[in-house]
Design a protein around this ligand. Structure first.
Ligand SMILES: *[C@@H]1O[C@H](CO)[C@@H](O)[C@H](O)[C@H]1NC(C)=O
Ligand SMILES: *[C@@H]1O[C@H](CO)[C@@H](O)[C@H](O)[C@H]1NC(C)=O
Ligand SMILES: *[C@@H]1O[C@H](CO)[C@@H](O)[C@H](O)[C@H]1NC(C)=O
Ligand SMILES: *[C@@H]1O[C@H](CO)[C@@H](O)[C@H](O)[C@H]1NC(C)=O
Ligand SMILES: *[C@@H]1O[C@H](CO)[C@@H](O)[C@H](O)[C@H]1NC(C)=O
Length: 537
């Protein structure tokens, strides 16, 4: 359709979405012209940075309710006027938000600029960045309806409404439909593949907060360990331990570049307890690394362990930022952030995922005091979480056979230096799917990215992966590797690849330049001894 007729069509009466089980409350539509937004690297996860300039789109917002649920959900679609590419793309939320937050608008605007009819939903949760306003109908009582909207239900509604808006506006349904999200948005993508296998042709879902119960409690685990010890190590000590792990394990992949690629080997080689007593520079003074600091680092890396020594969930990896004092860390929710500004250290802030989950959803009491809970109580909380919420929001059903049968394709990635969501969980899920569905690589590939933080920040942003997903869906070209590039400490551009799990990137030293992607290939097993590059990059 010509831009002129699309402009005329940008009125509420053009649209009449219907969703079984929902009642549409209002539809608003208005033309937005001259829209600009600068989207930096990483903020759309698997798509490149972009400047949106003077864009024109029809902004359609649909409010609806599920009668009896007492909810009110807003979905907002941006329909490009000048360059629709025939496709539809939903974007995910982050943290405690289903969408319609600044992060979602980055992806939404970027998708719109790229020509997609794009959409985001608030899942009925409003605009708060935490669940305090909605989790409880009263102390002791969960708002199960809103939790279900957030966990799954609103995601399918969004796909149905979005496709309907596209067809009404452009006179034809989308040729292909995609989902792009990370973290909470990653979990949403996995939920869609598990429960609504026909909603999208292609799903890009990074650092997914799947195994939700475990991930929520795990994000509080280092704090729990500090509270049990009643010791809060200085962030200098924790940062020194991280730096020592990086320097010990950096070269295991054959290249010394400040990045730990071989995490499993690193876990065997490096113990933070070896550093206890080491003197480090800290601010204007010196400190000795304490046993407490080693214990906190170990707790973060190992994950939740019960009082009988049972390993209950995975930790994050050595090399990931524990304190959020690194400028590379873009998402300020580190698991062991201590505040030492008054001489003695205390918790700087609790991780908002674990804190709110424990108080609001497990204790069901906003005033619940988490400061002195015992290890056994903590383990019971994890058990309760899995029991009460597993089927609602854990998002760990490994049977993706219907998604496969529907022809869907999914790519996932996880930064190996993720500060919150342990990559081992995504790896575990991938293995579980492999046991349940034949030839998983034919429809689902998972890429680990060494050095990358939670969704964005640090080296290894897989910003071509969305385009590769599209080529997989539309042209049958599966991504056998994905390019990443970053600047090293000397400011030199490094071009690398990341690989579909379980394959890893191997550097060929005979090729002569680790900064060139062509000198890297995906192999089953990296052999470090043969090709240690001596020169530091
Ligand atoms: C478009 O917006 C820019 C600022 O973002 C402004 O300088 C410019 O005058 C606007 N153009 C029109 C035609 O409104
Ligand atoms: C789109 O419409 C919604 C609902 O009316 C409004 O809140 C939002 O600000 C609009 N966005 C833009 C970019 O105009
Ligand atoms: C660190 O340890 C050394 C030797 O064990 C000791 O002499 C020094 O006083 C300690 N420094 C601090 C700041 O505790
Ligand atoms: C730090 O803690 C020690 C021991 O508990 C105490 O003696 C000291 O006064 C505290 N310093 C500050 C600045 O609070
Ligand atoms: C928790 O422990 C702190 C001291 O570590 C104490 O001040 C506080 O009263 C305790 N809270 C409860 C509820 O026992």
């Amino acid at each position: 359709m010509a831009p002129g007729s699309l402009i005329n069509a940008c009125v509420p009466s053009t649209f009449a979405p219907t969703v079984f089980g929902a009642e549409i409350l209002t539809v608003s539509a208005s033309l937005v012209t001259n829209y600009s937004l600068d989207i930096p690297e990483g903020y759309r996860f698997t798509a490149p940075p972009l400047k949106v300039e003077r864009a024109r789109f029809c902004n359609v917002t649909v409010a609806y309710t599920h009668p009896g649920y007492d909810d009110e959900i807003y979905v907002e679609a941006w329909l490009p006027i000048d360059n629709w590419n025939g496709r539809f793309q939903a974007v995910g939320g982050g943290g405690w938000a289903a969408g319609r937050i600044d992060l979602s608008y980055m992806s939404l605007a970027g998708a719109m600029q790229d020509g997609y009819a794009s959409i985001t939903t608030d899942g009925g949760l409003g605009s708060a960045s935490d669940p305090l306003p909605w989790a409880l109908t009263s102390p002791g009582n969960i708002d199960w309806f809103l939790l279900e909207d957030f966990a799954s239900k609103s995601l399918n509604d969004e796909a149905i409404i979005g496709k309907s808006l596209v067809e009404s506006f452009y006179g034809q349904p989308p040729k292909y439909s995609y989902f792009n999200g990370c973290s909470q948005g990653g979990r949403q993508g996995f939920m869609l593949a598990q429960r609504f296998p026909k909603a999208y042709d292609g799903i890009s879902a990074g650092a997914p907060a799947i195994y939700w119960s475990d991930v929520m409690l795990n994000s509080f685990w280092p704090e729990q360990v500090m509270r049990m010890m009643k010791e809060y190590p200085h962030w200098c000590e924790l940062d020194a331990i991280t730096a020592a792990a990086v320097s010990k394990c950096d070269g295991l992949d054959g290249v010394v570049d400040g990045i730990i690629a071989n995490v499993d080997e690193c876990r065997k080689l490096f113990s933070p307890f070896d550093l206890v007593g080491t003197t480090i520079a800290c601010d204007d003074t010196t400190k000795n690394i304490t046993k407490a600091a080693a214990k906190v680092a170990k707790a973060a890396w190992v994950g939740i362990v019960s009082s009988t020594g049972e390993h209950l969930w995975h930790g994050i990896n050595p090399g990931s930022d524990l304190t959020c004092h690194s400028p590379n860390t873009k998402i300020p929710n580190c698991v062991a952030a201590t505040d030492c500004s008054n001489g003695n250290c205390t918790m700087e802030h609790s991780n908002p995922l674990g804190w709110y989950w424990l108080t609001l959803f497990i204790a069901k009491d906003p005033d619940f005091d988490l400061s002195n809970i015992t290890l056994d109580e903590f383990s019971s909380f994890l058990h309760a979480s899995r029991q009460q919420y597993g089927s609602i929001i854990d998002t760990q059903d490994p049977d993706l056979s219907e998604f496969k049968k529907a022809g869907g394709k999914m790519v996932s990635f996880h930064g190996l230096a993720d500060i919150i969501v342990p990559p081992k969980g995504t790896e575990q899920y991938y293995q579980e799917v492999s046991k349940n569905v034949d030839n998983v690589g034919e429809f689902f590939r998972y890429f680990e990215s060494p050095g990358l933080g939670h969704c964005l920040g640090g080296p290894g942003q897989p910003d071509s992966l969305f385009a590769q997903l599209q080529a997989w869906v539309e042209d049958g070209i599966a991504p056998d590797s994905s390019p990443v590039s970053f600047s090293n400490s000397k400011g030199e551009t490094q071009n690398r690849i990341i690989c579909p799990w379980p394959r890893k990137a191997q550097y060929d030293s005979s090729c002569g330049n680790a900064a060139k992607a062509k000198c890297w290939s995906c192999v089953a097993q990296v052999t470090p001894e043969s090709n240690i590059q001596q020169e530091e990059l």
